[in-house]
Design a protein around this ligand. Structure first.
Ligand SMILES: Cc1cc2nc3c(=O)[nH]c(=O)nc-3n(C[C@H](O)[C@H](O)[C@H](O)COP(=O)(O)O)c2cc1C
Length: 206
């Protein structure tokens, strides 16, 4: 009886050690995440030409999550991100916004808004613009990483563009749309630009 128990225990121990070995091999290659991240930053471009392939709700939420990971002054997170995949609303925005005509082809759009009820007061009252700009760049980089295309089209501080977005979305007074970002699957026509210029870089002196 004791011998049988010993055999069973040894069999279990050997099974566990075998399964651990299977998990460990083959050894995973180290991933050079630095190269991947820098490549993504260099590949980002304004995309203004889209295919008809839809953008999923999951993708829109992933983009919003990336936006909301941005740094903000005093961690106020004074923003609201609006996702739009309704064709009629996309067309209404397209009709009213002269510099966002690519909305006609885009399958979705995101609007990064400042929420003044969450913004700093006094000297820091304007930081929401920088906070929402950081969020927007995060969103654009996430879109690039997800093989989506996107372009920042300006709304704030243009009163006419703000009025159009307010009308289409019926925004409360404290919500200020910074931009409208058309989103879709890129056709491949838009390419990144190399923007490095030596004279724009300074080390220890002007
Ligand atoms: C604040 C801001 C406002 C912009 N407004 C518009 C716009 O209204 N319409 C548009 O097509 N692109 C707009 N752009 C995109 C720029 O034209 C684009 O970023 C620039 O030409 C550099 O190209 P790239 O994004 O491909 O590197 C805007 C970008 C920023 C940062």
């Amino acid at each position: 009886m004791k011998k049988n128990l010993f055999v069973i225990i040894m069999a279990i121990v050997s099974l566990i050690s075998c399964s651990n070995k299977t998990e460990e091999s083959p050894k995973a290659e180290p991933v050079d995440s630095t190269a991947i991240v820098l490549q993504n930053i260099a590949s980002r471009k304004s995309v203004r030409h889209f295919t008809q392939e839809p953008v999923t709700q999951e993708q829109l939420q992933t983009l919003a999550r990336a936006a909301m990971a941005a740094p903000t002054a005093c961690n106020k997170q004074p923003w609201a991100v609006i996702a739009i995949n309704d064709r009629t609303m996309l067309d209404s925005l397209c009709a009213g916004l002269p510099y966002a005509k690519m909305l006609a082809e885009a399958q979705a759009a995101m609007i990064v808004c400042g929420d003044l009820s969450k913004a700093l007061e006094g000297d820091g009252a304007q930081f929401w613009i920088q906070d929402c700009s950081a969020a927007t760049e995060n969103l654009l980089l996430a879109a690039e990483a997800m093989r989506l295309g996107a372009v920042w089209t300006a709304v704030y501080p243009d009163p006419e563009r703000m009025a159009i977005v307010n009308k289409v979305l019926n925004l409360p007074e404290n919500i200020i749309p910074l931009n409208v970002i058309p989103i879709g699957h890129p056709t491949g026509e838009d390419q990144p630009k190399d923007k490095w210029i030596d004279e724009n870089y300074h080390l220890n002196k002007w």
